[in-house]
Design a protein around this ligand. Structure first.
Ligand code: DGJ
Length: 342
């Protein structure tokens, strides 16, 4: 190192030390479940109950932007945030892509309401990005799905309104696009007793009248779906509000069911409490055949903004699926597990 580069190096270190430059930029080589996860600006990622869209080589993470005081188990709506990444470790904040509507107290997105579990899918027929979310009244009696649409993955999304698919309640929800381009909404319905799987219209903006009732009277919520080796898998939680409980995974040959529960996929300390977290989404690592990430939220029910993310690898071994606890991990762990082809 010559004198000039030593001065440069010291200046950068000084800037990081003083907080002028984000120390986090491009800095994450590992996922550390349950710990504060900073974006590339050095701020904690705020995208709860979220999901990921992989589009044209970029991952987009959408979630509930939870800001402010938690009172009686709810927090005012700020909106849906979006982060982008090339590697799913380092996330750039793209802003609030669906903001709260502050000037209309009757609007679904007024801060006094509840907005949860947003998921975005891309419709290759229409070229639109479509967001589905759980839209609620403050007392959780509305139980509707809300839909928004955008021409770009980073928004802004235009809110189209809310409804109950086939007149059935719709609370915890996710959406899934199958290989043939058909999309489906999974939602806890009938007061959370039964999970509905509803086929969406070709434009993904509404529900068709094709639906099935699954896990009848089993009270499952927090659905996260993925497809592996031609079979469909669904991770869910039980219904205990913001408190953790035991996860279950189910398998099906057809997306609309029948679904067969195959047990708790979580292993390791606190696996019976899903590591004090709750499922929200499963994302495949692009270009890697057997590499899937299970995404969970570790809710902080008294301070929802400070809830954390628990992301863990899904491992396959002779047809058995597990989600083992890891203090710290990266995608090398798939290579180390002989059941996961890369
Ligand atoms: C559990 C759900 O999974 C969350 O999304 C949220 O609706 C809480 N219940 C509210 O208690």
């Amino acid at each position: 190192m010559n004198a000039k580069s030593i001065i440069c190096f010291l200046a950068v270190m000084f800037a990081i030390f003083c907080g002028i430059m984000p120390a986090q930029a491009g800095a994450n080589d590992f996922i550390t479940p349950g710990k504060v996860w900073n974006d590339t600006d050095g701020n904690p990622i705020n995208a709860h109950g979220g999901g990921i869209l992989y589009h044209n080589g970029t991952y987009y993470w959408y979630g509930e932007y939870k800001k402010g005081e938690t009172q009686d188990g709810r927090i005012d709506i700020t909106g849906v945030s979006c982060y982008s990444s090339q590697d799913m470790m380092n996330w750039k904040y793209e802003g609030i892509v669906l903001p709260a509507v502050k000037d209309d107290v009757n609007h679904d997105l007024h801060p006094s309401k509840v907005l949860e579990r947003p998921k975005v899918i891309y419709n290759s027929r229409t070229g639109k990005f479509v967001m589905w979310a759980h839209v609620e009244s403050a007392d959780y009696s509305k139980a509707c799905a809300g839909v928004a649409v955008s021409d770009s993955p980073t928004g802004r999304f235009t809110y189209l309104g809310s409804f109950r698919p086939n007149d059935a309640m719709s609370r915890d929800q996710t959406v899934f696009v199958d290989d043939d381009g058909r999309a489906y909404q999974f939602a806890s319905s009938e007061n959370n007793a039964t999970m509905y799987i509803t086929e969406l219209t070709d434009d993904y903006l509404r529900s068709t009248n094709r639906y099935t009732r699954n896990f009848i009277d089993k009270y499952r919520e927090a659905p996260a779906v993925f497809k592996h080796n031609g079979k469909y898998y669904l991770i869910t939680s039980g219904c205990t509000g913001w408190d953790p409980n035991q996860a279950e995974i189910a398998v099906a040959d057809s997306i609309m069911g029948p679904w067969h529960t195959i047990g708790n996929p979580c292993t390791g300390p606190d696996a019976d409490k899903t590591f004090y977290a709750q499922s929200t989404y499963v994302q495949q690592v692009a270009g890697k055949r057997d590499c899937y990430i299970a995404m969970f939220d570790r809710w902080n029910k008294n301070d929802l903004e400070n809830s954390r993310y628990v992301w863990l690898p899904i491992l396959f071994d002779n047809g058995k699926i597990s989600i083992p606890w890891q203090e710290k991990w990266n995608f090398d762990c798939y290579t180390k597990n002989s059941g996961n082809r890369n």
